[in-house]
Design a protein around this ligand. Structure first.
Ligand code: FAD
Length: 473
């Protein structure tokens, strides 16, 4: 193995492994250091996303959604499926298989692109040196012209609800339950809390979500957030807003949670509790004292718009820097940084990063909400279209939800798109492209959409901006 590289990336999550592959594709001699190790001593690539995040959660969301469809919706469309039951252990085994396929695939991609994979814990010890300590505690130092820190994030723990294996768990533990809990508590009505709560609600748990804030999904357009809350409630999720958790106690097989809300002090008993109150950067010990890379009090590494830290040869990307904690944001930053190191001009449009909540129906958005635009003094015009008026949604048995386009009142430029509906996560790519290309609502309105598709709701919402939706009176 070479002991001098053009670039060493610390962390092989979707930020780090993508950055290392891109660097190699740009002709750089690249290495990636990863500390995650399997029970049998092999390095594990893919980070949070592939191992305990995006992919396993989507495997469980898809399985649990199919179960609900088979149980409740098949009859409607004429399919006689008889008694339907879920084998949770089999569902988990399938999830594991998908994770292993993907993480193994990343190992193959690194190899095929000529990236050197180094197992161990990486530490930036100078502006051009990375020290790696392997599983046996042996430290080696590698020279490099550039360093990319992609150390990711870990779940936040809160003092009122200390974790207890198998009983009070974080998102990782919630992906491991081997049977459906009868009464499940979820602290936090954010993206991860709603997804994991949905999985177990669909499989039969009585799910109560406790959220300290009063506003449900404040980052989503008000109308879309309101409809989402209504739909999730209808599915049986008991979402309690303004519920601030103050303590918990394990009593035998149960966990008793205390919280305060507008009515005063409350107590509720669960069989299992998931704590989903956010994630924090995982940067402790990644940068040696004296290197000069600045972090803030929460551990985020300070970077500029091109992910440069305060030390010129050191970059940082993904969950360990500012911005949304999303896999695709981490990957795009990884590509940008690799291109910059290779001597190319590169930048990222932080105003056009899509967000998706993979509940059913999905919630997806990009750009501003109507409320945000107004609070910034921007005059807007909006168009919405309900899936109840979409022929394809009727055929799909998925008429819940709506699409909303927010445009600048003066210039007609698209400022945001927010959707709740089946496949919203796929449809939102249209909003991303509209924002990226600076298109107007009229551009979308004059575009020819395939019929019958769910995407036609976006077309109609764009037409509705001028009051010209065809299939809505
Ligand atoms: P990570 O994926 O956290 O990877 C960091 C890697 O660095 C890890 O492998 C870690 O072991 C390694 N590392 C850390 N320190 C060192 C060191 N010193 N030396 C060597 N290696 C080190 N995002 C989405 O976009 N879509 C989703 O649907 C989605 N669903 C999610 C569901 C759940 C349950 C969770 C928890 C997260 C989800 N996310 C989702 C968020 C997504 O997983 C993260 O935003 C993404 O993984 C961040 O990528 P990253 O490369 O910055 O960090």
């Amino acid at each position: 193995m070479a002991d001098k590289f053009d670039v060493i990336v610390i962390g092989a999550g979707p930020g780090g492994y993508v950055s290392a592959i891109r660097a190699a594709q740009m002709g750089l001699n690249a290495a990636v250091v990863e500390k995650w190790i399997s029970k049998d001593g092999k390095p594990v690539f893919g980070g949070t996303c592939l191992n305990v995040g995006c992919i396993p959660s989507k495997a469980l969301l898809e399985a649990s959604h199919k179960f609900v469809e088979a149980k409740h919706d098949f009859d409607d469309i004429g399919i006689q499926a008889g008694d339907v039951s879920m084998d949770v252990k089999k569902m988990m085994a399938r999830k594991e298989k998908i994770v292993n396929n993907l993480t193994g695939g990343v190992a193959g991609l690194l190899k095929a692109n000529g990236v050197t994979a180094i197992q161990g814990t990486g530490k930036v010890v100078s502006s051009k040196q990375v020290e790696v300590t392997d599983q046996d505690g042996k430290a080696s130092t590698y020279e490099t012209d550039n360093i990319v820190v992609a150390a990711g994030s870990v779940p936040v723990e809160i003092p009122p609800t200390p974790l207890k294996e198998g009983m009070v768990v974080d998102s990782t533990g919630a992906l491991e339950f081997q049977e459906t809990p009868k009464r499940l508590g979820v602290i936090g009505a954010g993206i991860i809390g709603l997804e994991l709560g949905s999985v177990w609600n669909r499989l039969g748990s009585e799910v109560t979500v406790l959220e300290a804030m009063d506003d449900f999904l404040p980052m989503v357009d008000g109308a879309i957030a309101k409809e989402t809350q209504k739909l999730l409630k209808k599915q049986g999720l008991d979402i309690r807003m303004g519920a601030r958790v103050t303590g918990s106690e394990i009593k035998g097989d149960e966990v008793v949670v205390k919280y305060t809300d507008a009515k005063g002090e409350q107590e509720i008993t669960f069989d299992k509790l998931i704590v989903c109150v956010g994630r924090k950067p995982y940067t402790t010990g990644v940068i040696a004292d004296g290197v000069g890379v600045e972090t803030d009090e929460r551990g985020f590494i300070h970077v500029d718009d091109q992910c440069r830290t305060s030390v010129p040869s050191v970059y940082a990307i993904g969950d360990c820097v500012r911005g949304p904690m999303l896999a695709h944001k981490a990957s795009e930053e990884g590509v940008m940084v690799a291109d910059i190191i290779a001597g190319h001009k590169a930048e990222m449009n932080y105003d056009a990063i899509p967000n998706v909540i993979y509940t059913f129906p999905e919630v997806a958005w990009v750009g501003m909400t109507e409320q945000e635009a107004k609070s910034k003094g921007v005059e807007v015009k909006t168009g919405t279209f309900p899936f109840a008026a979409s022929g394809r949604a009727m055929a799909n048995n998925a008429t819940e939800g709506q699409a909303k386009v927010i445009a600048d009142a003066e210039t007609d430029r698209v400022l945001g798109m927010h959707i709740v509906g089946q496949h919203a996560g796929e449809m939102i790519a249209q909003g991303v492209i509209a924002l990226e290309f600076g298109s107007s609502a009229e551009d979308l309105a004059l575009t020819c959409y395939a019929h019958p598709t769910m995407s036609e709701a976006v077309h109609e919402a764009a037409l509705a901006v001028e009051g010209h939706a065809i299939h809505m009176a």
